[in-house]
Design a protein around this ligand. Structure first.
Ligand SMILES: Nc1ncnc2c1ncn2[C@@H]1O[C@H](COP(=O)(O)OP(=O)(O)O)[C@@H](O)[C@H]1O
Ligand SMILES: [Mg+2]
Length: 358
């Protein structure tokens, strides 16, 4: 216990030199009957107060497990097997499990993709919002009620007093996601972790919900980690982006720089697979080939088998290529051949290996 209080006492004053959230070398493993699935491999990231960062990657790249690991809420049997999580520069990883989870869930709230599963179907939405301040801050029933109504108003729910008494299925998908955002805010977090928060919504509603999240982030100086498989969604909202492939960050940097000058062939392929607004809604471009089996050892770059630019050097070493700085800023790539990126455009490249799927 003493160690814990000493650690928390070491928390520097607000505005200090530390990032709000720092994650170093995070490892998540899932034991399976036939081996071990290495779902998150050496992931590091950083979020400042008021900053929005994006985490993008295909389905299965480890985005959701990363968020859950940050909250200390990994689904069984996934386990955090390495790395450290720092809040305001204080490492919380060494705290006893229950205390660690308490510290993490006090600092961060999560917004999930599917509001219907996230909400309790048999409880009025207002009560679901009021529950957190009652439990966490010991508010009276009427205080918590007004706080919930205020929050519903904040997230753009018309006539909040009336909607307080609605059940989740009585609201539209967009309104339900606003309720989920109000629940996230009700805990007065410093960071919001949003896992594909708009994927289940229609395009126009998507934009409104993203706008809402962005406004709240700015007004409340919240840190935001926005996870999406869609680079377009992330690029609208986030100043920095981390691209994940097979459990690792393969490229990171300022959103604009990364989108206009990717330095990893996987990012390049993801950019090419952004759905074209002029195309029929369900026509999506996908990247040819399959991500690697993360229960097996492989040699060198895990994207090499799908990469049209791969050469012998990419699998010559046993280890994955490390992230290296590719410019003066914070732009990093884990491609050994990042310097050849300017030749990727126009060359027979990922664009030609893309398959269309409907
Ligand atoms: N409970 C689980 N049991 C077994 N494998 C899992 C479990 N949860 C996730 N995985 C695997 O871990 C990898 C990463 O999953 P996830 O973080 O959900 O990816 P993403 O959110 O990027 O789609 C995937 O290969 C997925 O199949
Ligand atoms: Mg996911």
């Amino acid at each position: 216990m003493r160690r814990e209080s000493e650690q928390l006492a070491a928390r520097p004053v607000a505005g200090g030199a530390h990032a709000l959230l720092e994650v170093h070398d995070l490892e998540v493993e899932i034991p399976l009957p036939h081996g071990r699935l290495h779902a998150v491999r050496g992931l590091s990231l950083q979020v400042d107060a008021g900053e929005a960062i994006g985490v993008v990657g295909e389905s299965g790249s480890g985005k959701s497990l990363t968020l859950r690991a940050l909250l200390g809420l990994l689904p069984h049997p996934a386990r955090l097997t390495g790395g450290s999580i720092l809040l305001d520069g204080v490492d919380v990883t060494g705290l006893p499990a229950r205390r660690r989870q308490q510290v993490l869930t006090e600092a961060m709230s999560m917004v999930f993709q599917d509001s219907l599963t996230a909400l309790n179907p048999v409880m009025r939405v207002g009560d679901q919002i009021a529950e957190v301040p009652r439990r966490r801050f010991g508010m009276s029933r009427s205080e918590a009620h007004s706080r919930a109504v205020d929050l519903m108003d904040r997230v753009g729910i018309p006539d909040p007093e009336k909607r307080f008494r609605a059940y989740p299925h009585e609201l539209s998908g967009g309104m339900r996601q606003r309720i989920c955002i109000a629940i996230a805010l009700s805990a007065a977090p410093r960071l919001i972790l949003a896992d594909e928060p708009t994927t289940a919504l229609d395009v126009t509603i998507q934009a409104q919900v993203l706008d809402l999240i962005d406004t709240l982030r700015r007004d409340e100086q919240l840190g935001l980690v926005l996870v999406s498989h869609d680079l377009a969604v992330v690029s609208q909202t986030c100043s920095r982006v981390y691209v994940m492939y097979a459990g690792r960050v393969v490229e990171s940097g300022e959103a604009r720089e990364l989108l206009t000058g990717p330095r990893h062939p996987y990012t390049f392929a993801l950019l090419r697979s952004v759905p074209d607004p002029d195309m029929p809604v369900h026509r999506l471009l996908t990247i040819a080939g399959q991500p690697p089996d993360l229960t097996e050892l492989h040699r060198g770059c895990s994207f090499a088998p799908r990469c049209p630019f791969a050469q012998e050097q990419c699998t010559a070493e046993a280890a994955e290529p490390a992230l290296v700085a590719v410019s003066g800023g914070r732009h990093n790539s884990a491609c050994l051949r990042w310097e050849t990126a300017p030749e990727w455009d126009g060359a027979p490249g990922p664009a030609d290996t893309l398959e269309s799927r409907s």
